[in-house]
Structures are given as structure tokens and as C-alpha cells.
Design a protein. Structure first.
Length: 202
């Protein structure tokens, strides 16, 4: 793979070319949070999967999203080594283990890992968590295959004014939006948005 990072297709182009697929992925992305799973736990899952898959666009987005949601910096710093870190609670650890099992699925998912997940999550919660894992893996693969450039949608969503930077010029990634404004559940930042729903679940 060469070292260049020029977009083959950005999100706007994907949405225009495959609107039904984009809408379906967004619906899948929102299901777990919309049905009560903790958004901060889900954000850690999305970031960890994006790290595993090597999706620079999604890693940048979800680092910022996690920060905006108030997730402790220690967790962001230790996420890649979460098994040996004390910062994560039981549900976060179980969610991360399940997410890794489903992302690195070449050898299947063992009974032991399933039992561990079920000891923490109800059947319904595990089904919703699985839907979130499926969604971010799909977004990762789309962003990687089309070489989405980190920070490329910032101005589109008014995020260039947020003043955050995680390694790329003008990188400032939001979490959710509704009614045309960024909404993290705790704070709001200015910016006109369209009807995409939850771009943070890319």
C-alpha cells in the first residue's frame, strides 16, 4: 500500500451514490444507543474497533467524539491496552472483549467469550451491542476502501470551528446531531448539519 492518502470517494459521494445503503448503515449505527445502551461505552467500542481495523478517519472521529462526551483521557490513552488497564469497568471490559471477538472473527467466537459477554449483558443488550459492532466494522471498511481523509467533513458539519485537533489539520469530530446542530448529549457546538442522523457512528 502506498503512503499517499488522497480520497477515492468521500462520505458525501457515498451518500449520493448509495443513499439506501447509507441510510441502512445509519439506522444500524443508531440502534444500540437509541435502545438504551450507554453511549460512552459504545464510543469506546467504536474507537477500539477502528484502531484494530486501522481506519484513520474513524479513529480520528471517535477520539474526538469520546473526548466531547467526557470520556476520561486515561481511557483514551489506555484503550489499545485495555486488558491490562484499571480504568475500565466491568461492562466496558465485556463490551470491548465482545467487540474484539467479532472484529477478529477468523477463528470464530468461542463459547467462553460468549458466556463472558452473557454474564454481563442481557440477551437484548448483547444483540444491540452486536449491532453496533457490525455497524462500525462496516463504516471502517467503507472509509478504508475509499480512503476517507481524516477531517474531510469538518467544514461540512461546522466542526472546523470547534478548535479541537487530534493529529490532523482542523480535525474536530462531533458525536450526534439533530435539528441541524451538533449534540453530544451534554454540550452543543455551532454548525449547520443535514439529515444524516448520527455521523459519529461511521
Amino acid at each position: 500500500m502506498d503512503g499517499t492518502h488522497t480520497a477515492r470517494l468521500e462520505w458525501q459521494g457515498f451518500k449520493e451514490l448509495a443513499p439506501a445503503a447509507d441510510a441502512a448503515l445509519l439506522s444500524l449505527s443508531q440502534a444500540a444507543a437509541n435502545h438504551g445502551l450507554d453511549k460512552r461505552m459504545l464510543e469506546l467500542v467504536k474507537l477500539r474497533i477502528s484502531q484494530i481495523n486501522g481506519c484513520s478517519f474513524c479513529v480520528g472521529w471517535h477520539v474526538n467524539a469520546a473526548s466531547r462526551m467526557g470520556i476520561a483521557t486515561e481511557k483514551l490513552h489506555m484503550l489499545a491496552a485495555w486488558r491490562d488497564a484499571q480504568a475500565f469497568d466491568e461492562r466496558e471490559r465485556a463490551a470491548l472483549d465482545w467487540a474484539e471477538a467479532l472484529t477478529l472473527i477468523g477463528g470464530g467466537v468461542s463459547n467462553e467469550r460468549y458466556a463472558q459477554a452473557r454474564s454481563v449483558f442481557s440477551d437484548g443488550e448483547l444483540a444491540l451491542l452486536t449491532s453496533a459492532v457490525l455497524a462500525i466494522n462496516a463504516w471502517n471498511r467503507a472509509a478504508i476502501s475509499f480512503r476517507a481523509v481524516p477531517g474531510s467533513v469538518d467544514k461540512l458539519f461546522g466542526l472546523d470551528k470547534a478548535g479541537l485537533n487530534y493529529g490532523w489539520p482542523d480535525a474536530a469530530y462531533g458525536v450526534e446531531y439533530a435539528g441541524g446542530r451538533i449534540n453530544t448529549g451534554a454540550t452543543q457546538a455551532p454548525g449547520r448539519l443535514d439529515d444524516r442522523g448520527v455521523l459519529g457512528d461511521d
